[in-house]
Design a protein. Sequence first.
Length: 416
Amino acid sequence: MPQSVIILGAGIVGVSCALALQGKGFAVTLVDRRAPGEETSHGNAGVLSRTSLIPLNNPSLLRNLPSLLKNQSAGFRYNAQYLRRSFLWAARFIANARTPKTVETMLAIDALIQLSGAQHRVWLSQAAVGHRMRDTGWLMLYRDAAGFAAGAWARGVYDTFGVGYDVFNSAEIYAREPELLPIFSRAVHVRDAASVDDPGAVVKAYAAMFVQRGGKLLQAEVAHARQSEAGGWNLTNTCGAEMAAQHLVVALGPWSKAFLATLEIKVPMAFERGAHHHFRPPQSKSLQQPIYDVSGGYVLTPTAHGMRLTTGVDLNALDAPINEAQLAIAEANARAAFPLGARVPVAPWQGARPTLPDSRPAIGASSRRRHLWCAFGHQHIGFSTGPGTGALLAALMTGEPPEIAAAPFSPQRFRI
């Protein structure tokens, strides 16, 4: 009989874990209160880039902290009351911005991104959604020389890690993206990057492939979880139905903290919330690839739903109202750079990026409960690291040698 496992959470991380464990012979049940890919995984920019190896809490954070604390940056906002309540998390987050910790995190994240990128390509082909991927790279844009100079440390990291990129002058920028308005003087075109035109649809396609291969997908909200004396797990949903398995994987993204609290397990997690709007540019206006306006504090990417404008970080409570001011600033900055056109008449989307103090996810066995496994805390790069998370977790659960080092992601570093 195959070992049974219940995975809570059907975002890119949960679905990736489901596919990877299914491939190792587990009998997998994937559970979420919503359909696959409709929470945090729905709203990202769809970028797959090794430049994401640099965490937000890096040495430059310490230099920029006085400016960020003014709470006026387009790319970073915070709620002061929430930050006071999260003081211990913030202190640990800043402590991890020291160079040795940052290097440790970058080595781990880069390995996870590369493992994920290779697996994405396999699954995109197998799920018949390979047409959604674009190998056009992505463009990091600078409005002035000072902004470009401030990015020198990051470019040094790219050089150290062998990330392929080119530096463009203004003529080269507009040769590549002629519809951009003439406000940018320099750019970094990242060759080691790809993107998809609908990340939510990709997650749904992966989930459909999981079901086609014999996996079980349940749309339900878990109300209670308890562990048997033998170590197995029994779960009850809000309708009173029960389910059981030998193993339980928590891949609930930002909701992992609250769920694990019901098991008396504390998770030091905060939320880098983000939002997006879609726009309909004039028919002749488009972009070849996602762009990141560094000083503008937004990412703009062509998607199947229109031009998607995503905001930077809003450090706030999980259930706080959307930061309309930050979204409005991002839109104004984007309109100065590209003819956005009319806003698609739907409410803005908001998601929460779950962040642990060292900006690394927790992947592996809990130190607090038997047969309890963690796969959460991927902050804003879950789409770039989800498939690798599934592969790493599957190796750990089967006892096979993992393809990348597992220790940097161990939940035990936070006594989870």
